[in-house]
Each structure stands twice: as structure tokens, then as C-alpha cells.
Ligand binder design. Structure first.
Ligand code: ARG
Ligand code: ASP
Length: 713
């Protein structure tokens, strides 16, 4: 990309730092393969992805739609993060056997725990179907009609592309609608929990250390895939057998050193690397600050209760962690975008782009792109901001409102799809909301509501505020809703939903809580969403053209498609970084560092007794490196959410680490990747093996793996 080149000129970075990018595994030969070999890779592009023989990609399935995992034994053993398996570990836990606190280890296969609804998906092949998907699209003038035609083509190609009976086809767009790829996939449904360390290891440092380097977290858990007698996907059955993967990763005992080649293979979810400067400016100045302020208030309020009451702490732990994760990320992202001058770098690129358009005589096609972007981003600004306030306050951070919003959608279902659809959805809601109310505390949510509703009313764009919010007395409103509404209690909620559609809707609309949500939701659907969607459709079209123009005008640049939850390769080196003046962070942490953070009895920084004993005795077995035990390391691999659980492999494809996070200063990499400070965080495989073998005494699992010494050949 041009701005990468600009950066190089500005800071005269060594060539080796020119990294970043999330590449399509079937298209590595050429530029990527050359770069990777220059960085030290000993494999070929064909070893990473091949349809003719087994390759690395056959060992890297997506874990339950949102994370990545890898095969590490010939008997279906699967590794992913602790935070990716968290809800499975939690769901098997009770007061008597609390696996989150104590960890869990199946000492034999019969003890492995089945998981309802957990799936693991392998990518079988990657097929370019751009021509079929875009057939007949160019001739259509209206953008909305274009999109409709594309959807029709996708449905057609998905249904007709050849595959085996047990496989699926999925089409995804790349380069903002300039390329379409069909993936043939295989999804396994019998995936059992094999092991997890205690949270004090798997989540060591918790929210305080989240997004932060130096790190000492053993963020891993283990599962096993089971298949039918033919090694194919099957629903859970006790007759199923351990899956034999086409490929599994050998595990290196030799670890890493600064400057070693690393490659991370996984399913990054979403990036926005090609936004124009106007969009980035809006994120930094308006959208991130608004979302941060809302979550800040919600988190502080919940934390106040959680610290005083252990039952509330348990009820809110998981919700708190997920809200805090992105709250913290946005803070780091905004700081990083400012510090790296992302807006200015984008503006400089845009100047260069404009000149290139003129020089190539393409003013007709691309000459107005940037002014159009500017106009549309200006126009969408108040709608985007109003939308974020609505989403954050109503659907994400106030529990009363989020239940109310589900009921609002239920009312819409009645209006659009009729009584039967209404009843199905209603019955389902009654079932799933049981879990919600188990962890709901009226007093906590009441305080959160009072705070957030005030922020909403005072800070959201005035012209789009519903009348129920303007001039409201927040305190009175809060007391009224939480004393009168039936939404604050499961028994009352069920009572509200009993009866036929007509009587349910009548009761609902009489409920003060529901009526309030409805006023906000109606306002959103009438005054905000339609205009937002209309402008956004234009922006999507502009973004597609902008991408096409960049591909044409910068043919030799390292342009990679934004992440879209499909399998990608990213590569780089093990590398420390300078977070600020006169400070350098080393690339590897050791158990000594965990001991430095140790706070006895603390919920984030306590350390299990057994681990301290092993540390005191320096009893590290074959996992030590010069007498010390490595815990985590960082590299210049370009990763994002969804890459959690991704394997980090060495130059020969041996597993050296497990990706789980990024460093604080580099969290802006989803929007602007700066090779000087963007780093991914991995747990060292030697720490993983040490915990399994020495800490948990589950050596039989290590024995299933293939351990190698690539550096001592
Ligand atoms: N930041 C990592 C990611 O985005 C880890 C999140 C889990 N840990 C936590 N403390 N919430 O998923
Ligand atoms: N922690 C993230 C994940 O769960 C990874 C990241 O955002 O760097 O996918």
C-alpha cells in the first residue's frame, strides 16, 4: 500500500519491517512467497495450501464461527484459546466441580465432555467465482438492484457448485465487492472438551492485562473432534470415533528468538484498512468517544456492585468481560490512530491518489471519488452517531432495554409474518431468556439505566432524539420503570408473554418499560435507520470503486483484502517494539514475570499454589529455555478478532505458539497497520505443554502429539 511506502520513507524502516496484511492462502505464490522466504520461511506456498495433497490449511479449522483452532494430534486433538472455549468450560461447571476455577482434564477419552451446539469447520477448497457472481450486474444502473442481482447469483452458485453430500458451499466477497470466492467447507458437530487450565492461568491478568504487553497468560483449552466410522462429520453419538485429520501440526520444543520467522494462520473477522481519511477522522473524533463514554459508565456502575457482592460478581463476570474487551480496545485504537497520524497518512495518500487518477486520464471514472466520500461521510455523521448511541445504550448495555428490544422485534414479527411466526419466536424467547434472568440483577441494571439514559439524552444528536427522552427527569423515569415494568423479573416476563398474540401485544403495550423501549425503537426505525441505510449503500458503492481504482493505479502495492472471517495467512517476525520514548519491550516473557505480577488472593493476579511450587523448584522438565520457562511472545503478524486460537508456526510449519491478543499501542491495526508498533500476542507452546504435563499431570495428551526439535537437527 502507498501509505506503507510513505511510512518507510518517513522513518527509513529496514526492509524486514515492511510487513502486515492478511493474505488469501491459495494466492501466495509470487510476491508473498518471495517475501516469506526472505523472512526465513522454508516451506513453499504449496505446503500451506494445496487441493491435491494435504497441506497446512487442513490443520486449521474455524472454532464455533468466531475463533480459530488447530489439529495437534493424529487422534483429533484440537487446540484453541481459553477465552474461546470459555462458555463450554463454564457450561460444564457447577459449585461442586467448578472447572473455571480449578481447571478440567480428561484423563481418558471416556471422560471427555460433549458440547451441545459447538461446531468446528474445515476449509476444503477456495474457488474464485467472481465472473458468475457479477454476471449481468454491470448493466444495472441502481445500486440497490445491483445488490439484489448479486444476492440472486450468490444463491444460484452456492446451490450448484459441486461438493460432497456432507459438505457446504459459502460465497464471500473480497476487495469490497471486486472479487467473490466460494469456499467448500466441512463442519464437525461432535467436539468434546478435553482440558482447560484454571482461570488463574488461562485468564491470568484478566481485564487489567487484556490488550497489554508484557503478558503472562496461558490462554489455551483443548478439545477433541469425533467423526463417524467413515471419518466424516456426524451429530454427537457415543459410537463416534476420534477424527483422523488430513494434517496435524508437529509441536516445536525449540521455541523462538527475536527475528525468527512466524506465520499465523486463521480466520480474522473484520478490518477496515481502506477507509478514506474522512471516515477515520469520524471514528477518532466522534464514534469511538461516544461508545467509550457509554461503556465506561456501564462498567464503572457494574464494577461498584461486583466488588461488594460475590453473587453479583459471578452473575456479571462474563458480561462485564465482553463489554470491557471492546471498551478497552476502542480506547487503545483511538490513541494509536492519533499517535500514528493515521488521518494525515490517509490524507497524503489521497493526494497522491488524486494525482495518479489525473496522470492516468481516469478522471471520469475516479476523479470525484474523494469529494463524494467527503460529502457522504458528512451527511451520514449524525445518523452514524445516533445509531451508535441507540445500539450501545438500548441493545448492548442496558439489560431492561435489550430485553424490551427483543420484544419489540417480536411485535414486528407479528406485523410482518403473522401469528405462527410470532408464537414460535415467543416460545423460543421464553426459553432463552431463562439464562438471561439467572444472571440479571435489577438493582445493578437500574443504576446502569439511569446513567446511560442521561448520557443518551444529553449527548446524542438532538434532532433525532425521541420525545420520550427530551426533557425527561431521568431519576423519576428510572424509578417508575424499574418499579412498574414486568420486564425486570422472569416470572413477570413469562406472565407478560402468556396467551395469544393479541392479548400478549395488548399487555406488552401497557407495560411502562416496553412502551419506553418502543418509543426509542420506533424513533430509530423511522428517523435514523432508513437514511443511514440509504447513505451507507452509497458509501459501500464508493468503497468498491475506490478499491478497484487502487488495484488498478497501484499494481505493485501490497494490497490485501479486508478481513471477512475467511482463512488468511499473515506473516512476520518475532519482534519487540518501542511503545514510547526510551522504552523497549522484549519479544518474550518468562514465568519470572508472572511471579512479579503475583498478588495473593487477587481475582486477576493470584497464582495457583502448584504453579508456584514448580516455579520455586524450577521443575520445568523439557520445556525450559536456558533454565527459564517462556510464557508468551509477540510478533509482527497482522491479526484481528477471530484470529484468537490461531496457530503460530515456524519456518517449517511446526507449532510454536497460540495467538490470543494484540498489544495496546497497536490495537488500531484494524484501521491502520503500523509495522513499527503493531504486534500480535501468542502463548508459547512450551508453556502450554508444561501446564498440561507438569501442572495438570495430563502427560498422556502430550504423548499424543508429535514433538520436534527443528533447531537441533
Ligand atoms: N482481547 C482479546 C480478544 O479480543 C482477549 C479477550 C478475552 N479476555 C478478556 N479479558 N476479556 O479477544
Ligand atoms: N483477542 C482477539 C480474538 O479473540 C484477537 C485480537 O483481536 O487480536 O480473536
Amino acid at each position: 500500500m502507498k501509505f506503507l511506502k510513505l511510512l518507510l520513507l518517513l522513518f527509513v524502516l529496514p526492509l524486514s519491517a515492511q510487513q502486515g496484511g492478511m493474505w488469501i492462502p491459495s494466492l501466495l505464490s509470487g510476491m508473498n512467497e518471495t517475501e516469506m522466504k526472505n523472512l526465513g520461511m522454508k516451506m513453499s506456498a504449496d505446503d500451506i495450501y494445496s487441493v491435491n495433497h494435504s497441506s497446512l490449511k487442513d490443520a486449521v479449522p474455524q472454532f464455533n464461527g468466531g475463533c480459530t483452532s488447530e489439529m495437534i494430534s493424529p487422534k483429533g486433538l484440537l487446540l484453541t484459546n481459553h477465552h474461546c472455549g470459555f462458555s463450554q468450560i463454564q457450561s460444564h461447571s457447577s459449585v461442586d466441580h467448578d472447572y473455571l476455577t480449578d481447571g478440567f482434564w480428561a484423563m481418558k477419552m471416556e471422560d471427555e465432555l460433549p458440547n451441545k451446539d459447538l461446531v468446528v469447520t474445515f476449509m476444503v477448497s477456495i474457488n474464485d467465482v467472481t465472473a458468475q457472481i457479477l454476471e449481468g450486474v454491470d448493466a444495472i444502473p441502481s445500486e440497490a438492484e445491483k445488490q439484489k442481482k448479486i444476492q440472486e447469483n450468490i444463491t444460484k452458485v452456492t446451490a450448484s457448485f459441486p461438493k460432497e453430500a456432507w459438505q457446504e458451499n459459502k460465497v464471500r466477497t473480497f476487495f469490497e465487492g471486486n472479487q467473490y470466492i466460494l469456499f467448500v467447507t466441512e463442519t464437525f458437530k461432535d467436539v468434546r472438551l478435553v482440558g482447560a487450565p484454571p482461570s488463574l492461568i488461562g485468564k491470568f491478568g484478566s481485564d487489567t492485562d487484556n490488550w497489554v504487553w508484557p503478558r503472562h497468560t496461558g490462554d489455551f483449552s483443548m478439545f477433541r473432534i469425533y467423526a463417524d466410522k467413515n471419518n466424516r462429520p456426524a451429530a454427537y453419538s457415543k459410537d463416534n470415533v476420534p477424527y483422523t485429520p488430513k494434517h496435524f501440526l508437529p509441536v516445536s520444543l525449540d521455541g523462538v528468538q527475536e527475528d525468527d520467522f512466524t506465520m499465523v494462520f486463521g480466520y480474522p473477522g473484520k478490518t477496515q484498512e481502506y477507509l478514506p481519511s474522512f471516515a477515520v477522522d469520524q471514528i477518532v473524533k466522534e464514534l469511538n468517544p461516544a461508545k467509550i463514554e457509554i461503556r465506561d459508565a456501564a462498567l464503572k456502575t457494574q464494577d461498584g456492585f461486583m466488588r461488594k457482592d460475590n453473587a453479583i460478581k459471578i452473575q456479571y463476570a462474563s458480561k462485564y468481560a465482553s463489554v470491557a474487551n471492546y471498551w478497552k480496545k476502542w480506547i487503545g485504537e483511538s490513541q494509536g490512530l492519533k499517535k500514528s497520524n493515521a488521518v494525515k497518512i490517509k490524507q497524503d495518500f489521497e493526494k497522491d491518489f488524486q494525482q495518479k487518477v489525473i496522470a492516468s486520464g481516469k478522471q471520469n471514472e475516479y476523479g470525484n471519488l474523494l469529494t463524494e466520500f467527503e460529502k457522504n461521510y458528512k451527511e451520514i455523521a449524525p445518523y452514524s452517531l445516533s445509531r451508535d448511541y441507540f445500539m450501545e445504550v438500548v441493545t448492548k448495555n442496558t439489560e431492561l432495554l435489550s430485553v424490551g428490544y427483543k420484544l419489540y422485534q417480536l411485535e414486528q414479527v407479528y406485523a410482518t409474518k403473522g401469528e405462527q411466526a410470532f408464537n414460535d419466536r415467543k416460545d423460543n424467547l421464553i426459553k432463552v431468556q431463562a439464562d438471561f434472568y439467572k444472571d440479571f440483577n435489577k438493582n445493578v441494571d437500574e443504576k446502569v439505566f439511569e446513567k446511560l439514559i442521561a448520557i443518551y439524552a444529553e449527548k446524542a444528536p438532538k434532532q433525532f432524539l425521541p420525545t420520550s427522552l427530551t426533557n425527561a427527569d431521568y431519576k423519576k423515569l428510572t424509578t417508575l420503570l424499574y418499579s412498574k415494568s414486568k420486564l425486570v423479573d422472569y416470572a413477570k416476563f413469562k406472565e407478560l408473554l402468556s396467551g395469544d398474540a393479541k392479548s400478549v401485544l395488548k399487555k406488552l403495550n401497557k407495560d411502562k418499560g416496553y412502551a419506553f423501549v418502543k418509543s426509542l425503537a420506533d424513533n430509530y426505525t423511522k428517523n435514523i435507520a432508513p437514511k443511514y441505510d440509504e447513505i451507507n449503500l452509497k458509501i459501500v458503492a464508493l468503497q468498491r470503486t475506490y478499491m478497484k481504482a487502487q488495484l488498478e493505479l497501484y499494481p505493485n502495492s501490497r494490497i490485501f483484502p479486508d478481513a471477512n472471517s475467511t482463512l488468511r495467512v499473515t506473516y512476520g517476525k518475532v519482534k519487540g517494539y518501542a511503545p514510547k520514548d526510551a522504552t523497549y519491550y522484549n519479544a518474550v516473557t518468562y514465568l519470572e514475570g508472572a511471579m512479579e505480577k503475583y498478588i495473593p488472593g487477587d481475582y486477576e493476579f493470584d497464582i495457583p499454589k502448584k504453579l508456584i511450587e514448580l516455579y520455586d523448584a524450577k521443575d520445568y522438565g523439557q520445556y525450559a529455555d536456558n533454565g527459564k520457562l517462556p510464557v508468551c511472545f509477540i510478533g509482527t503478524n497482522h491479526t484481528t478478532g477471530g484470529n484468537s486460537g490461531s496457530p503460530a508456526v515456524d519456518a517449517e510449519g511446526n507449532l510454536i505458539g497460540l495467538n490470543f491478543d494484540r498489544v495496546w499501542e497497536g490495537t488500531m491495526s484494524d484501521i491502520h497497520y503500523d509495522p513499527a508498533i503493531c504486534r500480535n500476542v501468542m502463548v508459547d507452546m512450551r508453556y502450554v505443554l508444561f501446564i498440561i504435563d507438569k501442572f495438570a499431570g495430563a502427560k498422556h495428551l502430550v504423548d499424543e502429539m508429535k514433538l520436534v526439535h527443528p533447531k537441533k537437527k
